[in-house]
Design a protein around this ligand. Structure first.
Ligand code: DAK
Length: 277
């Protein structure tokens, strides 16, 4: 993962980052929540938000206190309504390419995060917002949320990895339809095509997402990191290469204390106590 700069304030023995556009929290179970907090612009992603999101992700990924990360948007209307159109409108081609590379880098960091990252989709997830959700490992959405890639309606294309991730998640047929039509789709349709993992009523979104996150907190952290890595590498190579990676990773996991603990706990009919090593 790439680190990037941010205003760091030293507060006794803890590192506290002074966010302009995010709210961050870590609860006692090890669930970190990163909330994009620009509700007046429906949490649209500008360069500053992208930089802070990257910093918050790096901080959560490196913290011993964090097991699972949730990304969501402030307010009850929008997850993220896209890249900030105002910021992009007058970009030069060079600036636009750099902007795309910046966003792609941040979202690649999310996808390669060693800890599970859940997108809690609480409303509009459009353009760069849906691209952000697709970079997360699991997506939970509330009924009534609207998802889509409206870029072709602006005579653009998705520029933060959307043309690549959507087809890998839902297949080329649905991806072409979503990208070419620029339509917004209801979360129930996104769930039907497999883009959304779990669909819940709006007033149960937080509870359902926390329940999922708590389940992941109980799993072996090294095993989850290894599984995520195998899946990601598998997406970039073929089946045979992927299975070789899996076999190597499976063997390496037998060097971990946690794998012995997991199997012995099963045999001894008790709950495992994982240390993350
Ligand atoms: N950017 C900037 N501001 C936005 C925004 C956005 N994406 N979405 C909403 N806002 C702002 C609105 O301008 C409005 O601001 P004020 O007028 O109050 O100052 C405020 O949020 C509330 O929005 P609305 O008044 O429009 O609210 P409505 O409920 O009427 O409509 C809506 C909600 C989500 C349907 C509508 O706001 C909307 O259509 N928003 C735009 C959605 C959209 O097109 N998203 C995709 C953006 S393009 C690339 C890199 C990245 C990308 C592409 C290329 N390269 C560099 C090559 C990605 C592109 C995108 O994501």
């Amino acid at each position: 993962m790439n680190d990037s700069s941010s205003d760091v304030v030293l507060d006794d023995d803890a590192l506290v980052l002074d966010w302009q556009h995010l709210l961050t929290d870590v609860d006692e179970s090890g669930i970190a929540t990163i909330t994009i907090n620009r509700p007046k612009a429906l949490n649209a992603l500008n360069s500053e938000v992208l930089e802070e999101l990257n910093d918050a992700l790096v901080e959560a990924a490196m913290s011993d206190d964090v097991k699972v990360i949730i990304i969501t948007g402030a307010g009850d209307k929008s997850f993220v309504a896209g890249a900030d159109i105002g910021e992009m409108a007058d970009m030069t081609p060079v600036e636009a390419r750099d902007h795309a590379l910046t966003g792609q880098g941040v979202f690649a960091n999310i996808e390669s995060c060693p800890k599970p990252v859940i997108a809690m989709i609480n409303g509009f997830a459009l353009g760069g917002g849906l691209e952000l959700a697709m970079a997360c490992h699991i997506r939970v959405a509330c009924e009534g949320a609207k998802l889509g890639l409206p870029e072709t309606g602006l005579a653009l294309i998705p520029g933060f990895g959307g043309t690549q991730r959507l087809m890998r998640i839902v297949g080329t047929g649905v991806a072409r339809e979503w990208i070419l039509t620029a339509d917004m789709f209801d979360a129930s349709e996104a769930h039907r095509v497999g883009l959304v993992n779990r669909l819940v009523p709006a007033d149960e979104l937080l509870e359902a997402t926390m329940k999922l996150a708590k389940t992941l907190c109980k799993r072996g952290p090294v095993a989850m990191e290894t599984a995520l890595d195998c899946i990601r590498r598998g997406l970039e190579g073929g089946q045979t290469q992927g299975e070789n990676t899996e076999a190597d990773a499976f063997g390496i996991l037998f060097t971990s204390e946690d794998s012995r603990e997991g199997m012995h706990a099963f045999l001894e009919k008790r709950k495992p106590a994982y240390k993350g090593c």
